[in-house]
Write a new protein. Structure first.
Length: 75
């Protein structure tokens, strides 16, 4: 199963426990991305989000702020 198909709560658990992964930007709500980024920061893990070219600047800023250095954006 790819990370895109996993429930958000599963991904939060992975990030909270220090696991890092890459996931496509088109599959979650704004609130889900904020939660994922925050939990990456809390767990000391790295969240790489691919395909962010469709996101607004504000969405990218919001997610970056929630992750504070633990989120990477890839076009």
């Amino acid at each position: 199963m790819s990370f895109e198909n996993r429930p958000t709560n599963d991904l939060i658990d992975i990030l909270w426990n220090g696991g890092s992964f890459s996931i496509n930007a088109g599959v979650r709500s704004h609130n889900d991305w904020l939660q994922l980024a925050h939990n990456a920061k809390q767990g000391g893990s790295q969240l790489t989000i691919t395909g962010v070219s469709t996101w607004s600047k504000q969405t990218i800023v919001d997610v970056a702020h929630a992750g504070k250095g633990h989120v990477f954006f890839v076009e």
